[in-house]
Design a binder for this molecule. Structure first.
Ligand SMILES: [Zn+2]
Length: 259
């Protein structure tokens, strides 16, 4: 058997099993020896620990960067780093692809509420509760969409380059994770999208939809949008207010952590 020494940093520890987290090699948690057979690349070794390659931004072999195709030698020491928000690597070393100019998402079937938050913020977000794994991987790769998922298996597909593994069970926290990970607070689009179908909303004059409004909405709101696809009417009511409040909370927290 060959043996390689691995050390995982930061949020990559979330993917390790309890056994490796408590392992006390060199007195450091998440640092352990791994035995393997045959020829294996860094990518094979890392994914064998349950860590998807899409979560890894840098691999150091005794201080020198190597990529996912490096064939590991017995006795190697590998340090594996996640994407650090506050630390930018030179493109030459970074293993995660650069973000596209327009930020777009595709979400797995567990993330419907997160999809509607992202759409309300204006981010183009594909979501269906019946998308299958191969379809999600293909959509992410062919249309340069960031894949958001709670499924580790999906993150291991070779096709998937841009992706993020959602940690939280709660949509508000999930939104915070995504905005923080991809530094999106400054990139929130001007437009808004229909939370139901992802279509860009259009302004509509109040007089044109008057008969469709409930009395109280008619009384208290002036600005309305309409989804040209599903014909639903939106206004800056409680849904949007809650989202605004949530955004302000997230902004405060991200700034606090970042300083
Ligand atoms: Zn719609």
């Amino acid at each position: 058997m060959k043996k390689v020494y691995l050390r995982f940093y930061g949020p990559l520890k979330d993917f390790l099993t309890g056994e490796h987290l408590t392992c006390d090699f060199f007195g450091i948690s998440s640092c352990f020896a791994y035995q393997y057979r045959g020829r294996q690349t860094t990518r094979d070794i890392i994914e064998a620990q349950g860590v998807p390659h899409t979560a890894v931004d840098l691999i150091l072999l005794e201080g020198e960067p190597v990529d996912f195709s490096y064939l590991v030698n017995s006795g190697d020491y590998l340090s594996i780093y996640p994407v650090w928000r506050s630390l930018k690597l030179d493109d030459e070393y970074s293993l995660t692809p650069e973000l596209p100019v327009e930020i777009k998402f595709v979400l797995d079937s567990h993330l419907g509420k997160l999809a509607s938050y992202l759409r309300m913020l204006g981010f183009d977000s594909l979501y269906r509760n019946d998308f299958l794994d191969p379809e999600l991987a293909r959509l992410s790769s062919e249309t340069s969409r960031i894949l958001l998922t709670r499924d580790r298996g999906l993150l291991r597909r070779r096709q998937v380059k841009l992706a993020y593994f959602i940690r939280s069970d709660f949509p508000a926290d999930q939104l915070e994770e995504v905005l923080e990970r991809f530094e999106l607070l400054e990139r929130i689009p001007e437009i808004r999208r229909c939370p139901l179908c992802n279509t860009t909303l259009e302004k509509v004059a109040k007089k044109d939809i008057l008969e469709r409004l409930e009395p109280l909405t008619r009384k208290y709101y002036q600005d309305f949008s309409r989804c040209p696809d599903c014909d639903k009417i939106y206004w800056q009511g409680s849904h949007y207010r809650r989202l605004e409040e949530l955004l302000q909370k997230i902004e405060k927290k991200i700034k606090f952590i970042g300083n």
